[in-house]
Design a protein around this ligand. Structure first.
Ligand code: NAP
Length: 279
């Protein structure tokens, strides 16, 4: 079992800084057993946070999470998301009920608005408040909201927002300019999604060089760079069991000043504002 680093949510609760993603799970019957096995392995190795969404595999990813978690529900921190077109007051509540059924649980630990749609934030927030009062979700958060959207979310009554899940990795450092500092000032956690850019960044020369001299792998370097940041939750997805094990090894890698300087050179921090990317 790995000693899992923790971050603190705005209400003081500690949650794991590292979890398993599930996007593209549930899309193919042929991969079903491997997907359940990968999540199960992660749980056995001590990865207790799982990120899913009603969108993934049209709900089947949530069923896969249920299958993998088995009798371990109380040890896990489950994150799921409502689709923007379901995010009206009644629609959010109905979507959450469906997710609870698929997840075979009575509560979701963190429930997010997946991205901004046409329903007013106030309606989604009212639904989140209701679900929280009824014990069906424990925390609420958002995803893919840029700084001005975050300000609007808070103004619309969403002061209790616990997390913003965003596209953030070495190759996507734009949010460092103002979104991440804005969230950090308010103790709102950041969940970094696509932390290895879905594998596309792993051939980068600088990552390879640092990995070689540190006896690590490019994926571990990319994940360790995220994990060293305050209030950051990192959620790589892996169906291959070797990937689950390899990625977890990032927790043992502490990057030094030279590594960080080399990474800044290869993946420069932002010099100005850019709009938030989304995959
Ligand atoms: N809120 C949002 O809008 C949003 C958007 C995107 C993602 N997310 C969440 O964030 C999670 C992670 O993001 P992601 O799935 O887009 O991308 P990711 O975690 O950056 O990359 C996943 C891909 O990389 C491969 N991989 C994993 N570890 C590897 C390794 N060590 N070496 C080589 N390849 C490796 C996986 O292959 P195998 O599966 O074959 O092992 C998979 O194809 C998602 O699963 C989802 O839960 C949220």
């Amino acid at each position: 079992m790995t000693d899992m680093p923790q971050i603190t949510l705005p209400d003081g609760e500690s949650v794991p800084a590292y979890g398993q993603g599930t996007w593209h799970m549930g899309e193919s019957r042929g991969r079903h057993a491997d997907e359940v096995a990968a999540l199960k392995l992660g749980i056995e190795l001590g990865i207790t946070l799982i990120d899913t969404a009603e969108m993934y595999g049209n709900g089947v990813a949530e069923e896969i999470v249920a299958e993998a978690m088995g009798g371990n529900r109380d040890e896990l921190f489950i994150v799921s998301k409502v689709l923007p077109y379901n995010a009206s007051r009644q629609g959010t509540i109905a979507a959450c009920e469906r997710s609870l059924k698929r997840l075979k649980t009575d509560r979701i630990d963190l429930y997010l608005l997946h991205w901004r749609g046409s329903h007013p934030f106030a309606e989604t927030i009212a639904a989140f408040d209701r679900l929280q009062r009824d014990g069906k979700i424990r925390h609420h958060g958002v995803s893919n909201l840029d700084r001005s959207d975050m300000e609007e979310w808070v103004r619309a009554g969403g002061q209790a927002v616990a997390s913003n899940q965003i596209l953030y990795n070495l190759a996507r450092r734009g949010p460092e300019y103002d979104l991440i500092p804005w969230c950090r000032d308010r103790k709102i956690s950041i969940m970094a999604y696509s932390p290895i850019e879905q594998g596309r960044m792993l051939g980068h020369k600088a990552l390879g060089e640092i990995a070689r001299r540190r006896g690590a792998t490019p994926a571990q370097v990319a994940l360790a760079w995220l994990l060293r940041q305050d209030g950051m939750i990192v959620i790589p997805k892996a169906t291959m069991q070797d990937h689950v094990r390899e990625n977890l090894g990032a927790l043992d890698l502490v990057l030094d000043q030279q590594d960080l300087a080399d990474l800044d050179k290869a993946f420069p921090p932002p010099r100005g504002r850019s709009s938030l990317g989304m995959l």
